[in-house]
Design a binder for this molecule. Structure first.
Ligand code: ATP
Length: 377
């Protein structure tokens, strides 16, 4: 399988994609604003963010299906703003695969190539390689409705690969699949990219897909880039509260706090501020912050020992056994501040009980409550 891919790969022209200050407005809606990033040759980048943040609009402007209001788009250093979609040499796979229902799989794979007037022999060769590589060779004579969702998805990808585009644009290509198939196809996509190495931009609102697939993430909200970086860096050093709470499942807990001397006051609890953090944020008396703590940095027991641990008392609201571990949802008593954490599978408390938990204070994030920007670390 990998040999076939290598043969294919040698023929592929790879490309980098650059957006410079791209903005797209629709009457009074600004769908995307001042979008700037560059995807190097052969990398897999993921655009991620909540619904309506502008992911699809970015893809459509790169594909040439949407014009830009201002800014520049380059494919391999060539300005393509005025170049029509058909001539941009990018292949897009959407959530709905848009396979031609009256054509067989083989005809679907061949169609784009025939339109480009590629000779029959080359078409047959490409279909053979792609079909073998994607394990759809046995489906070539079937019509799309005779295929499962996962098979259709592979045909749609195969059709894009057979075209040998410079760039792949994949817009939520897995969202029609059930959970298991989604996991499998995600892994297959990752393998595929490692083998074919075509520059790929992938859109998802699923943070697990984003974290697992991307060489780099572009996190978006309300049409603007919030952060660009490697998944592990964006997770460890989120630029702001939006990024911090968007990546991670269950999400980061946010605790409103104010400073009293060298302590944070969180509802009625006092948490010592670690020295390094104190030096960095230099809080004034009474200053307010939002503290962030990921569920994996909270312990459901009070026996941990260590220098920088903070204790909170919480009221258990919901206990969700996940098999390997238990997800506990609680809140600080007499408040609406929610705290979720992971407890061992054997955890026995029930809703309504009050328990002490411990926070690894070295893993605390501190956010400016008005701008949302990360002030620590
Ligand atoms: P989703 O994840 O729900 O698909 P998205 O992140 O892909 O969302 P876009 O589809 O790019 O978001 O839309 C971004 C914003 O632009 C939204 O507010 C949307 O309503 C608006 N928008 C997109 N296309 C148009 C259009 N043709 N006319 C008016 N507004 C539009």
């Amino acid at each position: 399988m990998s040999l076939s891919y290598r043969v294919l790969r040698q023929k592929l022209l790879m490309a980098k994609v650059r957006l410079e200050a791209v903005t797209r407005r629709f009457e009074n809606v600004t769908a995307i604003e001042d979008i700037t990033f560059e995807v190097p040759d052969g990398e897999f980048w993921v655009l991620v963010g909540p619904s309506g943040c502008g992911k699809s609009t970015i893809m459509r402007t790169i594909a040439g299906l949407e014009s830009v209001s201002s800014g520049k788009i380059y494919l391999d250093d060539i300005l393509v703003n005025e170049i029509p979609a058909r001539q941009r040499d990018v292949a897009m796979v959407f959530q709905n695969y848009a396979l031609y229902p009256h054509m067989t799989v083989a005809e679907n794979l061949a169609f784009g190539l025939q339109m480009r007037k590629i000779d029959k022999e080359t078409i047959a060769k490409r279909i053979e390689i792609v079909a073998r590589s994607l394990d759809i060779a046995h489906l070539l004579n079937r019509k799309p409705k005779q295929l499962s969702g996962g098979q259709q998805q592979r045909v749609a990808l195969g059709r894009a690969i057979a075209r040998q585009p410079k760039v792949f644009l994949l817009d939520e290509p897995l969202s029609n699949l059930d959970a298991q198939l989604r996991d499998d196809t995600r892994a297959e996509l990752k393998r595929l990219h490692a083998q074919v190495g075509i520059t790929t931009i992938y859109v998802t609102h699923d943070q697990v897909e984003a974290m697992t697939l991307g060489d780099r993430l572009v996190v978006l909200e309300r049409g603007r880039i919030q952060q660009v970086g490697r998944p592990q860096d964006v997770y460890a050093y989120p630029a702001n509260l939006m990024v911090a709470t968007f990546l991670g499942s269950p999400p980061m807990n946010i605790l409103p706090a104010s400073c009293i001397n060298d302590k944070f006051m969180v509802c009625d609890n006092l948490l010592p501020i670690p020295e390094e953090m104190y030096k960095k944020i230099q809080p004034s008396a009474g200053e307010g912050f939002n503290l962030g703590i990921r569920p994996e940095n909270i312990w459901a027991r009070s026996s941990e020992s260590g220098e920088n641990l903070g204790k909170l008392s919480i009221e258990v609201e919901l206990v969700e056994p996940l098999g390997r571990e238990t997800l506990v949802r609680g809140k600080l008593p007499n408040s609406e501040v929610r705290v979720n954490f992971i407890a061992p599978a054997s955890w026995q408390e029930s809703p309504g009980s009050h328990v002490a938990i411990q926070l690894d204070l070295d893993k605390l994030f501190v956010f400016d409550p008005s701008s949302g920007k990360t002030v620590y670390p």
